[in-house]
Design a binder for this molecule. Structure first.
Ligand code: PRX
Length: 635
């Protein structure tokens, strides 16, 4: 029996038991048989969640790009590695073979070396979904530089914070990007960010929209001429198993974004293994994940997981609504996509449109449908199952996080019977636990609690860049000897897990994690604002939308409220990005606070959700009278 590819439910249980009884032996076998190493490990795993310190395959040496590229060349050199599908369907798709991808990555690696980037240096990548994005990521990995991809929808402020947090030396961007019928001036955003980033020495600029942009002498360089000059081969840097591979920022409930650090060997092994099984990937399949590489889903399941398996992975530059709502399905038909992986928010948006947009296209190539990023509601699940999968393609509702690196709880298609809204069973090697308010584990089935993981898996993040204490405090102090996910979950009668949502102040809007604190900080910077509080409320497309309660200073009180609302959203757009804009803004004279001065968000959440029948005990508030006022004026 090959433990690498699970094909039956019985096999899942067998392999699962094996992976839990003796994790070291299990992962050692997977690592040994399915990857290429420069040197074998001395020790499979050492860990201590109290520090926390987690090391997988210590002593091993490797380069992840040799696993994703070089080793495929003898057998898959002419196979398509990446299909690039542009924003505009009239522009031709690009098919990049493994041999070509290897050459392009080597050239980019040589350009980075020539610009003085060395192993361990941080490189910020701020690019649209064009091939240069995947190539830049891999080129960093090739030379041992640590990539920090920032989603190219973030504002210049957010970009600057991330560049400075990890002291990036070089940035890679493009003249601009396409987004449906619009273009975005990416280089302008970078220029503005770099006014606050003295550490950036060089900026490489890919040409995408042919706009006229300013190039700062000595700092900015057009990428293509450098690539044209570069040598097409490169000796991969030899990396230790635990050398950092990348930093990826995610929002926390408080404070600055957290730069999650993922290391090399464990991340590679786990993303490759999950990709193979959770998408049941086979040699001639065409796999498409619609995420952006700026998020963890793109890192693990557009780039590293698929390429480590020698797969064909689609990179889509566009949006689901351009030129019309049939765009996803047109791409599925055009490239005969076999696995399609998207977010519930996209499904809900498309489900609102005319069914003809789906029915027009031949979707018979599809074998597996995936969902990620937020809970998928029952209606969206059925729409996806009926109209896209034609009840023939199992849906994998994959639960995981930036911090986990890879999928943690998910059905295995054609193996695990699915139930709408349930992420079902823990993946191989994953040991979940549900915890109660007394920090005791809740055993048995038909229970609900806070979701923790009891034992390390190979792709768990190892630290927060520059702040190990925050890493410990955020994930390892709530429950002793456990990784705390920040999510609530229930386990049903058959042991299936259903994720019920965040239990902290992170709100998931259209699948994007947003912390309340940074948004409140940015609102409070508006000169007319004294204080604010943000909560989420249910939204039929975004999952959650943001509701802001704002107290004005005296100077703001006489002002036009709609103008103020616009200015507040403009402020958020500039400081964080348009994804964090508020749907509703209510001006209030006070916020409900506990006697210790903490905002009672529970009450604000209920008012925002129009669910005020049972507000619970408000007598402990410092200012109980404010609740009625807020309710009376709720939007
Ligand atoms: O609350 C969970 C939700 O998204 C959070 C992680 O967000 P992020 O780090 O941005 O990673 C998203 C892509 C992996 C989780 O804590 N989440 C993610 N997937 C699901 C989900 N909630 C319910 N069901 C899911 N399948």
């Amino acid at each position: 029996m090959s433990n690498y590819h699970i094909k039956h439910l019985e096999e899942y249980y067998q392999v699962y038991r094996k992976s839990v009884r003796n994790p070291e032996a299990f992962w050692e076998e997977i690592a040994e048989e399915h990857f290429v190493w420069r040197k074998r490990w001395d020790n499979v795993l050492s860990w201590d969640f109290s520090k926390p310190e987690i090391k997988w395959f210590e002593g091993a040496q490797l380069n992840i790009t040799e696993n994703c590229l070089d080793r495929h060349i003898p057998t898959r050199g002419n196979k398509t590695a990446i299909i690039f599908e542009p924003n505009d369907p009239k522009e031709e798709a690009e098919y990049i073979t493994y041999r070509q991808l290897h050459e392009r990555v080597c050239k980019m690696a040589n350009v980075l070396l020539e610009k003085g980037i060395k192993k361990g240096d941080r490189v910020c990548i701020y690019l649209p979904m064009i091939p240069e994005l995947a190539i830049s990521v891999l080129a960093c990995a090739r030379i041992g530089a640590i990539h920090s991809v920032v989603f190219a929808g973030f504002s210049s402020n957010a970009l600057a914070t991330r560049i400075n947090d990890s002291d990036c030396k070089l940035a890679i961007t493009s003249d601009g990007s396409y987004r449906g019928s619009k273009t975005i001036d990416l280089k302008g955003i970078v220029d503005k960010a770099l006014e606050a980033c003295p550490g950036i020495e060089n900026v490489l600029v890919a040409k995408r929209i042919n706009s006229t942009i300013e190039m700062v002498p000595d700092r900015d360089h057009w990428l293509q001429p450098l690539l044209d000059e570069a040598y097409g081969d490169n000796v991969a840097e030899i990396m230790d198993a635990e050398d950092p591979l990348f930093i990826l920022y995610t929002s926390g409930s408080t404070g600055r974004p957290k730069g999650m650090v993922h290391t090399t060997a464990g991340y590679m092994v786990y993303t490759a293994y999950t990709f193979k099984n959770i998408f049941q990937y086979r040699e001639h399949d065409v796999y498409w994940c619609t995420a952006d590489i700026g998020w963890i889903t793109g890192h693990s399941y557009i780039v590293y997981g698929p390429l480590a398996n020698g797969a064909t992975t689609v990179m889509f530059e566009g949006v689901p609504s351009y030129p019309d709502y049939g765009r996803f399905w047109e791409v599925v038909q055009k490239h005969k996509v076999t696995q399609f992986y998207t977010a519930p928010t996209a499904i809900r948006a498309l489900a609102k449109e005319n069914l003809e947009f789906v029915e027009k296209y031949d979707l018979s190539s599809l074998k597996v449908l995936g969902s990620v990023g937020e809970p998928i509601n029952e209606e969206a699940w059925h729409w996806y199952n009926n109209n896209v999968g034609k009840k023939n393609s199992p849906i994998v509702d994959t639960w995981w996080q930036t911090e986990t690196g890879g999928i943690m709880i998910s059905p295995i298609p054609y193996v695990t019977p699915t139930t709408p809204t349930y992420a079902t069973l823990p993946f191989i090697g994953i040991q979940p636990a549900l915890m109660d308010e007394n920090a005791e584990e809740i055993k048995g089935n038909q229970v609900e609690g806070r979701l923790c993981i009891k034992f390390p898996w190979p792709s768990i993040a190892r630290t927060i860049w520059g702040n190990h204490e925050r890493y410990r405090d955020t994930y390892f102090t709530a429950y002793e000897n456990m990784y705390f996910t920040g999510d609530g979950a229930l386990r049903d009668a058959v042991g299936y897990y259903r994720i019920t949502g965040r239990v902290d102040d992170v709100i998931i809007v259209s699948g994007h994690n947003l912390g309340t604190a940074p948004i409140e900080d940015s609102i409070n910077e508006h000169p007319a604002v004294a204080e604010s509080a943000i909560v989420g409320f249910p939204h039929d497309v975004k999952g959650n939308a943001l509701y802001g309660y704002v107290i004005l200073k005296e100077t703001g009180e006489g002002r036009d409220k709609n103008n103020l609302r616009k200015e507040i959203n403009q402020q958020i757009t500039e400081q964080i990005g348009p994804i964090a804009k508020l749907d509703k803004i209510q001006f209030v004279s006070g916020l409900p606070k506990t006697r210790s001065g903490k905002i009672m968000r529970r009450i604000l959440r209920k008012i925002a959700s129009n669910d005020t029948s049972n507000l619970g005990d408000t007598s402990t508030l410092l200012n109980p009278e404010i609740v009625q006022e807020i309710m009376d004026n709720a939007l």
